[in-house]
Every structure is written in C-alpha cells, then in structure tokens.
Design a protein around this ligand. Structure first.
Ligand SMILES: [Zn+2]
Length: 487
C-alpha cells in the first residue's frame, strides 16, 4: 500500500484561533488531511520539536508591483515581495491591483496576472477602483467579482484616487449587489489640503511636517463618514490602517451596534512615533506614510484595541519605495514632504513584531495572534481554504520558534529595499519553517520555493454571520425604488 501522507508534522504545539494543543498533522496533495495527537507515517516527517505550528500568515494589505497614482513603481515585484512575505511567516497574500483613471478593469487584471505569476506564495488581489465609469460599475466589476476578486478599495483622499462621497456610494451599491466588501482609506481630503497650504506658505516642508499635515481628526471624520455611507446602503465595509484612538473608538462602537464593519491597524502605528520623521536631513522621509505614525498615547490605545478585538487583522501596508530617486525622492532628494512617496516596507516584520510585542510581551494571546495574522483575514476576505488548521484546508503553515531572540536588520527582510523602518528592533520569536499548500517555502533562513510556484486564488464574499447590519427605513430598494438597485 502506498504511503497515505506526503508529509507529517509531528511533536508540535498546534495553535489555532481558539485553542492550542500538542499534536501532529498530516498533509496530502497540498492539503491538511488529519490532525491528531499522534500520526504515524508520512513520506516526509518534520519534527516540530515542541515549537508552535500555526496557520501561515495571510497578508491582507500590501502594495506589490503597483504604480502609485503618481506613477512611481514599488521596489518589490511579486517575486521579491512574496519572498519577503514568506520569510516573515506568510503563506499567502492579497496585494492590490490598482486601476488608474482611463484604464479598464480587464486591462488592470491582465497586467497583474502577468506580475503575479512570479509569486512564490499564493496570491489574490483587492481591486482599487479610481475610475468608476458606467461600464466599470456594471460590466467590469461584476466580471472581476465572478473570478473571485471579492474586495474593492476606494480612497477619500489623493486627487487621482478620491471618488467623493457619491462615487463611494456607487461602488458600495455595486459591492452590495455582488456581496463584495469595500475597503476604504479614510482621511478628510479638505483638511489635509488646507493643512498643506498652511504649512507651505510658511515654508514648512521638511519630512516631519508630513505628520502635522494629516491630523488625527482627518482620519476620524473620514472613518465616521465612510461607515455612515456604507450603512445607508447596508453593505460591508473594511477600514484599512486605522491609526488613531478616535478612529478605533468609532469602529468599536459601530461594530457593537451591528454594522457590517471590519478594520485593521498596522505594526508601524504600534511601533513608531512621529519622532522618527524628525531625524536629521531627509532620513525622516523613510517614515512617511499615510495616515502618519503618531505618538506613544496612540500606540497604547491601539494596542488596547488590538487586544480587545476592535481589529480583525494587523496588516503590514507594505508600500516599498526606496530612499532614492526611484522611490521616495522621484521629485528630488530635497523634495518637500507632499512630493515624497508615501509608504514604508514591513511585510517580513508584521508577524515577528506582532508576536514579539503582542504574544511575548503579554498583550495578546497566541490564539489572538493566529486570528489577527491569518484566520480573521481568511473570513473577512473569503479565503475559504486558508487561515485554519483543519482537515480539508490548504496546508499553509508556519512553524515558529517562540524563544529565538534576534535583532531586525535590512538583510532579514529579503525584499528589494534599501532600509527597514524596524532596523535594530529586538524581536523574540521567529518563523523557522513556512509551507504553502504543503510545499516548504522557507526553512531555517533559506528560501526553498521557486519563482512562480504560488497560485492565484479566487475568494468568496465576507463572512457576515455575526454582522446583521443596520436596516434604514429610507433605504429599502424593493419598496422605495420599485426594483433592486441597478444602473
Ligand atoms: Zn496601503
């Protein structure tokens, strides 16, 4: 009789989003087929040696091989970006496929399919919509949805991306019809522009003024507004990169009241403050991202929200622009802050940072870590075969040494960047072995994956079972419009 299992991982501490137990698991044809106290056999036996066996991370917010609206290409393509993600304990990711004005969605996806083919881990896309023409709304988005691209992203700021409230309502309404979830970048555009003018007329354009120019209130106002827009048409909303206690409070309250609402924060808002932007010369430019990093009180408040369940995920928002003319300084090495590319890298640091400062520091449990790193993203973004350890699920796994101490350096990132904002940070805990569909992709600091072995995966709609939504009497398409909303 042939060997029933391709791989057996034994003697591990298996951690899921709701329990941890000593046990073994068996893999066949890329999927988990058994989980038990002891499993014999296996063509390959991997001794976890008491270390933690958990679902491989799902990175749900990353900018990979993406041109910004201003035309600057990220430093990481799907090869380097996925390699960096894998070293950081991720088995899959969902970067953005970005529509620029004038482009059709079909063209966008065709471009990203070529780019994505280089990935070493499984991938899907969130679709950024910046030009919601009639054809996009009623023909192209439904086609994208039909191939499993079930999340759209919109912006409330940036001139080339901002759809305005009415544009957002149009997208939300299309999303409603198809069961898609809409992600939104929340900052009040007028507040940011007004602050920019106040600073510019006074010649205050050094990197540190970036943080001044984007007040916490701008985020809070836009988060509140986006939630109310989504409630009007009763459709799920995902607030990306929440960076303020006020924003997090609004999310918590609206979730408590039943809104179809999801949210994330990112390690940079937990780990860094605006003091980083005040480094000498243009060093501060490396820490420019939007919304900006804030202060110590904000860090404490956001950690509290992470621990209390306000956020489904902690995502990296990996937006890699090198500190040279190819990235941050496309407008010159002494560019004023509004012309410096926004974003910082961190896809390899998301999970080690969250494990070290979360689990090891005692702020969250190991189960919460699994939920925040993989399981919740799978539920929110419809990755039905990923993010859990159970028979039938993809064998996307990471084995972590919870005790290994190390200091973050650029070399550990395995990306195409020339800096890491986490340089010199002391970390406890490290992913030692990472698998994607049963194939070992990283082992003891060495890449084992081949370019292009990752696969695109289509996704289902968000799991809304505990989110009933808010029924408004004024918005009842069947009653008030006579028909379900369409064009
Ligand atoms: Zn982002």
């Amino acid at each position: 009789m042939s060997e029933p299992f391709d791989t057996v991982i034994h003697s591990g501490l298996i951690a899921t989003a709701d329990q941890q137990f000593k046990g073994d698991l068996a893999i066949k044809d890329g999927r988990i087929v058994a989980v038990a106290e002891q499993i014999a056999g296996g063509a390959r036996r991997i001794d976890a040696g008491g270390r933690i066996v958990m679902p491989g991370g799902i990175e749900a917010h990353a900018h990979i091989a993406q041109e910004s609206a201003a035309g600057v290409m990220t430093a990481d393509d799907y090869y380097s970006g996925s390699v960096s993600a894998a070293f950081g304990g991720n088995s899959s990711f969902i970067p953005f496929a970005a529509q620029h004005r004038g482009q059709s969605i079909d063209e966008v996806l065709a471009n990203y399919d070529v780019r994505g083919a280089r990935s070493v881990i499984d991938y899907s896309y969130h679709l950024i919509v910046s030009d919601p023409t009639e054809d996009v709304l009623y023909d192209q988005l439904p086609r994208a949805f039909a191939r499993g691209i079930t999340s759209f992203k919109v912006f409330t700021t940036y001139d080339l991306l901002n759809l305005g409230d009415a544009g957002m309502l149009d997208i939300l309404t299309v999303a409603r019809e198809h069961g898609a979830i809409t992600m939104v970048h929340c900052e009040n555009d007028a507040m940011v522009k007004w602050m920019n003018r106040q600073l510019a007329v006074r010649g205050l354009t050094a990197p540190k003024y970036h943080a001044v120019s984007r007040p916490a209130l701008a985020e809070e106002e836009a988060i509140n507004r986006a939630i109310q827009l989504a409630k009007l048409v009763d459709t799920p909303l995902f607030i990306v990169h929440v960076s303020t206690p006020g924003g997090a409070e609004i999310v918590r309250r609206e979730k408590f009241n039943g809104a179809k609402l999801f949210a994330e924060t990112c390690p940079q808002y937990l780990a860094l403050t605006r003091e980083a932007l005040d480094r000498p010369g243009m060093e501060g430019a490396k820490f420019i991202c939007s919304p900006p990093v804030r202060d110590h009180e904000t860090q404490d408040a956001l950690w509290h929200h992470v621990a209390q369940g306000t956020f489904e995920s902690v995502s990296s928002d990996h937006a890699p622009y090198r500190a040279d003319e190819s990235g941050k300084f496309g407008a010159g090495l002494d560019a004023p802050y509004p012309k410096i590319a926004n974003g910082m890298p961190g896809i390899a640091m998301r999970l080690p940072y969250l494990f070290s400062e979360g689990v090891v520091a005692g702020r969250i449990t190991l189960e919460q870590f699994v939920a925040l790193s993989a399981t919740n993203a799978a539920k929110t973004f419809g990755c039905t075969a990923k993010g859990r350890i159970a028979p039938g699920m993809d064998a996307d796994l990471a084995i972590w040494d919870p005790e290994e101490g190390w200091t973050a350096t650029l070399a550990d990132q395995h990306d195409n960047m020339d800096y890491t904002p986490f340089e010199g940070m002391r970390i406890t805990g490290k992913p030692k072995l990472v698998l994607n569909r049963g194939a070992v992709i990283v082992e003891e600091g060495a890449l084992k994956a081949l370019e292009g072995q990752g696969r695109f995966f289509g996704r289902a709609p968000a799991d809304l079972r505990v989110r009933k939504g808010v029924a408004l009497p004024e918005f009842d398409p069947a009653r008030n419009f006579g028909v379900e909303l369409r064009r």
